[in-house]
Every structure is written in C-alpha cells, then in structure tokens.
Write a protein that binds this ligand. Structure first.
Ligand SMILES: NC(=O)C1=CN([C@@H]2O[C@H](COP(=O)(O)OP(=O)(O)OC[C@H]3O[C@@H](n4cnc5c(N)ncnc54)[C@H](OP(=O)(O)O)[C@@H]3O)[C@@H](O)[C@H]2O)C=CC1
Ligand SMILES: O=C(CO)COP(=O)(O)O
Length: 346
C-alpha cells in the first residue's frame, strides 16, 4: 500500500481519507487551516465536519501543501468547486512526480460552464499527471465515515487508470464501479444538487411525497436533456451517479443542498441559510451555471429555471411550484412528443 494525498479536510475529504486509511494506505490530509490539522493529528477527530467520528492514526494532516504532495503519486482533490482553480494553481508549483488526480467535487463553474475535470486540465500542465479521474455517486460523508454500505463510480478518459483508482478505494463497505462516461458522471453528480435544493424547498413548503417523486423524476429528465446535449451517454443518468445520487440527496437530511432548500421553502433568506450551514452548498452555484448553460444550449430546464428564480430573483417558492404545475400540457416522453405531434398533423 502506498501514500495517498487528500486535499481538502471537510466532510467528504475526511471521509475519503478514512476509506483510504482503512485500505492500509498512508494518507496525508491537507487542510488550509492549521486548527483542523492540529485537531486531526492530536485528537483524531474533525468535529466541525464529521461529528463523533474517530479518524485512523494512518491519516496524518498537514497545512503545508508541498509536504502534503511530496512523493505522492495519488492526489485526491476534494475542495468545494469554487476553490478548485485556486488549489490547482498552487499545486503546479509543488507536484514533484507524475500523479493521478482524482477529484470528488460536484459542481459546474458559472460563466465558463466547465466541469471540474476541465478546470483541472486547464490549470495543471499535462506533463504533471497521468490522468484525471472523477469519483462520484450516492455517498453522504456521514455514512461513509461510519463504514455503512456505499456504492460510487469512478470515471476517466483513461479507463485503465480509473481501474487503478477503483483498486485504491474499494473495500467491503465502499464498492466502486467504473464508467467510461466522464461527462455523464460529472454532470449527474453536479446537476442533482439543483434538484436536491428543489426537493428541500418542496418539503419546506409542506408538500408531500408525490411532489418529491415528481421533482426527482422530472428533474432527472432535464438533467439527462442537458447532459446528452453536452455529449453524455443517456444511460449514465439511470445509474449511481444519476438517479442514485438524486435519490440520496433529495431524500436525506444529511444533504446540505436539501437542508438549504428546506429552509428556503420555510421562508428563510438565502444568505442567512448559507451562513448558518457553515459547509458548502454546491447547488447554489451550479444552479446559476446550469441555468446560463441551458439558455446558451437552447435546452429546456423548467425546474432549474424555477429554482434559479427563487435563489437569485426573489421569486416566491409557492408561486414557482404553481407555474411549474400549470405549464403547457405535454407528453411525458419527449421523443414521443415529436412523433405524436407529427401524427396529429396526419
Ligand atoms: N459531504 C458529502 O457527503 C459529499 C460531498 N461531495 C462534494 O465534495 C466537495 C467538498 O465538499 P465537502 O467536503 O462536503 O465540503 P465541506 O463544506 O464539508 O468542506 C469543505 C472543505 O474545503 C475547505 N476549503 C474551502 N475553501 C478552500 C480553499 N480555497 N482552499 C482550500 N480549502 C478550502 C474548507 O475549509 P474551511 O474549513 O476553512 O472552510 C473545508 O475543509 C463538494 O464539491 C461536494 O459536493 C461529494 C460527495 C459527498
Ligand atoms: O453529494 C452528496 C451525496 O452523494 C452530498 O450532498 P450535499 O452536498 O447536498 O450534502
């Protein structure tokens, strides 16, 4: 077993460090804050991000990025997507051997509409890495850190290296699949956060399971619509990183996106909600990116547009639900829409 460096000591970075440590790897966990480093090394805890969890002794934390990556061939990048560019820029000066970069962050960059692997590719010169891999799927850090059964998928343009990352992480509680569809895996994991905000809003408004099932199903339809327009395999969205991650985030109070939505549905103000959370709510930024992208691509995403108007245009959540329910009548399956419309003309 070798050395693996995890960058980002929040909930997910710490949980993944625990998986890697359980597999016998020497894990270096980088946090940009010395106070967390001290807590992890001295008390083997990270109370803010993973309450009550004991971190194995073979996880050593550091706030020195150069020390963290020195000699490591495996880098796992788990900072919020808004920090990815900045951390990559810092990495360029300290990587000292050819590395595999696996990221586990879920988001799309507003304005550039870039996926995380594209941002990494843009910032880190090709000669410094073998491949960029994404790890995604239905996986709350709180459950992974308690060694509860979890399944995820890794994907890369280089499937052989994706398989080597599968080997790195897989164990009896953490089952890892591979997929060749990097675009679909990254988009599924990112776009589900928008729908999770919507599911939270619906619950906060007091709506029931029917509304949630509708959001998950119609949300999946618009995720797949945008995803396929960007080159993803539509089948990926019926897998772990599509419907799997949608279910886990839309139905769980572990989800920060669901929790943020819930408070918005109850009438709270976005800024206050984000401040109280103290952890990243990726769906807010991704809603902006996906809304802009759907306009640029000419792809219809009514749920995303509704959530955008709640987050950024002060729309009333109840009115948005009303608008969604009274949209023009449609066939459920879009390919049928065209066929049936043609038939009506006959
Ligand atoms: N939590 C989960 O269950 C899962 C999360 N993810 C994804 O993983 C990614 C990280 O999320 P998660 O760990 O949950 O987030 P958290 O909010 O729990 O933690 C974020 C961590 O990143 C650090 N950080 C923030 N900005 C920077 C920066 N500029 N440079 C270095 N470090 C920074 C934070 O430090 P500080 O304390 O100083 O703010 C904190 O340690 C997200 O994209 C999320 O969607 C994916 C699957 C599961
Ligand atoms: O991505 C996640 C689970 O798969 C975590 O979701 P939240 O960021 O909403 O907590």
């Amino acid at each position: 077993m070798g050395q693996v460096t995890v960058l980002g000591a929040g909930s997910w970075g710490t949980a993944l460090a625990i998986v890697l440590a359980d597999n016998g790897h020497d894990v270096r966990l980088w946090s940009h804050r010395e106070s967390y480093v001290k807590e992890i090394n001295e008390h083997h805890t990270n109370e803010k991000y993973l309450k009550g969890v004991s971190i194995p002794a073979n996880v050593k934390a550091t706030s020195n990025l150069k020390q963290a990556v020195s000699g490591s061939k495996e880098i796992v990048l788990v900072v919020p997507t808004k920090a990815i560019r900045d951390v990559c820029r810092q990495l360029v000066d300290v990587i000292d051997t050819k590395v595999t970069i696996t990221h586990a962050s879920k988001g799309i960059e507003p304005e550039t509409y870039k996926r995380v692997s594209e941002v990494i590719k843009e910032e880190i010169p090709e000669e410094l890495y073998n491949a960029i891999v994404v790890l995604s799927g239905p996986s709350h850090a709180e459950e992974v850190s308690l060694r509860q059964p979890t399944t995820v998928t890794v994907s890369s343009e280089n499937l052989e290296i994706a398989k080597s990352v599968q080997d790195l992480f897989i164990n009896r509680q953490f089952r890892v699949y591979t997929s060749p569809d990097l675009v679909g895996v990254e988009l599924g994991g990112s776009l589900k956060n928008i729908i999770a905000l919507g599911a939270g809003i619906s619950d906060g408004l007091g709506y029931g399971d029917n509304a949630k099932a509708a959001l998950i199903t119609r949300g999946l339809a618009e995720i797949a619509r945008l995803g396929t327009s960007m080159g993803a395999n539509p089948l990926t969205f019926s897998g772990l990183t599509g419907v799997g991650d949608l279910i886990v985030t839309c139905t769980s109070s572990h989800s920060r996106n669901w929790r943020a939505g819930y408070k918005l549905g109850q009438g709270a103000d976005l800024e206050e909600v984000l401040e109280d959370m103290g952890m990243v709510v990726e769906g807010v930024r991704t809603t902006k990116a996906a809304y802009q992208l759907s306009k640029a691509e000419g792809v219809e995403m009514p749920i995303t547009a509704g959530i955008y108007s709640v987050l950024f245009e002060e729309a009333n959540p109840g009115d948005v639900v009303d608008q969604l329910m009274t949209r023009i009548r449609r066939h459920e399956m879009e390919d049928l829409t065209n066929i049936l419309d043609e038939k009506m003309k006959d």
